[in-house]
Design a protein around this ligand. Structure first.
Ligand code: G3P
Ligand code: MG
Length: 247
């Protein structure tokens, strides 16, 4: 049976080699041979789902201030490539809708991380589910919604129960398995810094797919495989795919 998550997932596209969370990064990940990309989705001030990691615009765009305070008409004018290098100048912030269209065109699967700005967990999940409903072909597999925000996962569970969910974790919470059951998750996505062989075995024993982020060292990735990890979320999907050949 095919697993929900492939052995290698491109983090924010191919974040080591292209500006994260842009269409260029997703295209490059596809060119590097990966079957699935992870990216972060949140809302503009006026409720448009876009790809962006931070709650503020400064680090990855030419804009300033909170994402939640800027309308889409303003954000779509920003440069989201220049910070990464002159060769990437002129690349914009993508909407989730145009991203989904590109993924279908590239035959690329997606782990959409629902990354709400503070106080927007429910509306962010609702908007993402709506975009998925309108732009991801019905019955096309290969989509996983994950989040650290349990309210977002609960909203996704209720609004689109058929789309698989992954519980994103950092340090091990005492209630992680209760949360995974309550949110009806198929996968658990753990931080490489905090996963232990014991915890990995527990996750696998309970029947979840196990993804680990963000792993750029192939030696560590092979060790994680021995722990039972199913999927490596990496900034360098091409190099990792080559290194994990035979996984
Ligand atoms: O989805 C895995 C990983 O992306 C979670 O952390 O901060 O890189 O979005 P972050
Ligand atoms: Mg992420």
């Amino acid at each position: 049976m095919d697993r929900l998550l492939p052995p290698v997932v491109g983090h924010r596209g191919a974040a080591a080699d292209a500006p994260e969370n842009t269409l260029a990064s997703l295209r490059l990940a596809a060119e590097q041979g990966v079957k699935m990309v992870e990216f972060d989705a949140k809302l503009t001030g006026d409720g448009v789902a876009i790809l962006m990691h931070d709650d503020r615009l400064e680090r990855t765009t030419t804009g300033q201030g909170p994402v939640a305070a800027a309308p889409w008409a303003e954000i779509r004018q920003l440069d989201a490539g220049a910070w990464f290098g002159p060769a990437w100048r002129g690349i914009g912030v993508p909407s989730l809708e145009e991203t989904l269209a590109l993924l279908v065109e590239l035959d690329l699967n997606a782990n959409i991380e629902i990354k709400p700005c503070p106080g927007r967990a429910v509306e962010t999940a609702e908007a993402i589910v709506k975009a998925v409903g309108g732009h991801w072909p019905r019955n096309r597999p290969g989509l996983v919604l994950s989040s650290f925000a349990r309210e977002s996962l609960a909203t996704a569970r209720d609004a689109a129960p058929a789309v698989p969910r992954g519980l994103l974790l950092w340090k091990k919470p005492a209630d992680w398995s209760a949360a995974a059951v309550a949110l009806d998750c198929c996968a658990v996505h753990c931080a490489a810094q905090y996963l232990t062989p014991e915890w990995a075995a527990e996750i696998k024993r309970l029947g979840y797919d196990l993804a680990v982020y963000t792993v750029n060292d192939p030696v560590f990735a092979w060790q994680l495989r021995d722990w039972g990890v199913d999927s490596i979320i990496t900034d360098s999907p091409g190099a990792m795919g080559t290194a994990l050949h035979g996984w």
